[in-house]
Ligand binder design. Structure first.
Ligand SMILES: [Zn+2]
Ligand SMILES: [Zn+2]
Length: 262
């Protein structure tokens, strides 16, 4: 499986992806808002885009569909529940569906509500598992829930994301890494791994930040550190009504609330 991370350098700090079969050169484009750049990148690699996948219905993920379909006649794949809102969907996806690209790539569809209620992540299994996580899980952060529900996002985190293999490489829909690490350090000032990683990230070129793994996320992403004593004591300072031993759901929801206004 070949993965190309594309940085259009736009205001939304989007990432687009191409996932290609090394034998046939067929490629799947993930959330290709800047479809011309995505197409140009595929051509430079000698790949042909045969499928487009939207992780969810927001325009900053779907806005390139029409142009790319016109140019390539690729099939459009998205959550079955988001198909009518997105329009032009050729294949509506549900939990457990498998997406094949060429002869070598198989991606499993995960139903991951929270950021919106019709959001999918897709997982490539194998020696180097990879998760295309849209706006559900960011590097060192979690998606907002302005058009979804934080309670459902919590459930997606604890019942699905946290259980993925630690080696899973993470490919989110936007690049917010430094900002998210700053939030982690605001919540957990003694997190030395996050502090060291922030130094590294600050010297990286825009759009060339390191790809994290789920194992690293568990060390640097506050939304995976719901039982950490520093996180809880800082949270109790912000919310004096909080119990001494709050449950993980409460911690997640309060962190999400703080992040909204941080
Ligand atoms: Zn979104
Ligand atoms: Zn987005």
């Amino acid at each position: 499986m070949l993965i190309e991370r594309i940085w259009p350098d736009n205001e939304g700090r989007n990432f687009h992806y191409l996932v290609a079969c090394s034998q046939t050169g067929e490629a799947l484009a993930v959330d290709p808002l800047d479809w011309e750049l995505t197409l140009r990148t595929a051509r430079e690699r000698g790949w042909s885009i045969t499928q487009i996948l939207n992780t969810h219905e927001h325009l900053d993920h779907t806005g390139g569909n029409a142009g790319l379909v016109r140019a390539t006649h690729a099939r459009l794949l998205a959550h079955a529940g988001a198909a009518s809102e997105i329009g032009g969907v050729d294949r509506g996806l549900t939990k457990g569906d498998v997406i094949r690209v060429g002869r070598t790539v198989e991606l499993e569809c995960l139903d991951t509500p929270g950021h919106t209620m019709t959001h999918i992540c897709v997982l490539a299994h194998g020696d180097t598992p990879a998760l295309f996580s849209g706006d559900t899980l960011f590097n060192a952060g979690a998606g907002n829930c302005h058009s979804g529900h934080p309670d459902r996002l919590y459930e997606t985190f604890v019942s699905q994301l946290v259980r993925l293999p630690e080696a899973t490489r993470l490919y989110p829909g936007h690049e917010y890494l430094a900002r998210n690490l700053e939030f982690t350090l605001d919540r957990e000032p003694d997190n030395s791994r996050a502090a060291a990683f922030l130094q590294e990230v600050r010297t990286a070129e825009p759009g060339k930040v390191p790809v994290t793994t789920l194992g690293l996320e568990k060390q640097i992403n506050t939304f995976f550190r719901l039982q950490n004593p520093s996180v809880i004591s800082r949270l109790r300072a912000a919310f004096p009504d909080l119990d001494e031993h709050p449950d993980t759901r409460t911690v997640f929801l309060r962190l999400r609330e703080l992040r909204n206004r941080w």
